[in-house]
Design a protein. Structure first.
Length: 140
């Protein structure tokens, strides 16, 4: 059986990214291993996540630096599922997370778009039912 293990988010600085993901989003720091003087293997994940996590990959060079904050061309690129939307929405707002909109109710669940510290767009989403077919990322 296969599963998605990691997705990379290009960041400007490891420590500022760790602070945002851990303190503002409530993720756990899973690993922070120094590979070289400039490179670290930094993995964060929502509490209790078993399969998928986020690799915080510091930009190397101008081309990668140009992608910070716009890895998906302005589309929502990441979907943070929750079982307690109101609790997590309020906690994240109190921690300074910037939401683009008030929560809205869609056929697939409750959702609100937020931006990470670099401007990448995410959905905070509570699905109505597991396995619902949908395209929640069609926000422009």
């Amino acid at each position: 059986m296969s599963h998605l293990g990691l997705v990379a988010v290009v960041v400007r600085d490891y420590d500022e990214a760790i602070a945002f993901y851990v303190e503002s989003l409530g993720f756990e720091l899973v690993e922070d291993t120094r590979i070289s003087e400039e490179k670290r293997w930094v993995v964060v994940a929502p509490p209790g996540a078993r399969e998928s996590a986020v690799l915080l990959a510091r930009a190397a060079g101008r081309e990668q630096e140009a992608r910070i904050g716009d890895q998906t061309g302005g589309r929502v690129g990441w979907f943070l599922n929750t079982e307690a939307f109101d609790r997590d929405y309020q906690r994240m707002r109190a921690a300074g997370v910037v939401f683009e909109e008030a929560p809205r109710h869609e056929p697939y669940g409750t959702v609100a778009v937020f931006r990470d510290l670099y401007g990448n767009r995410w959905d905070l989403i509570q699905l109505r039912r597991a396995g619902t077919a949908h395209d929640p990322g069609d926000h422009t």
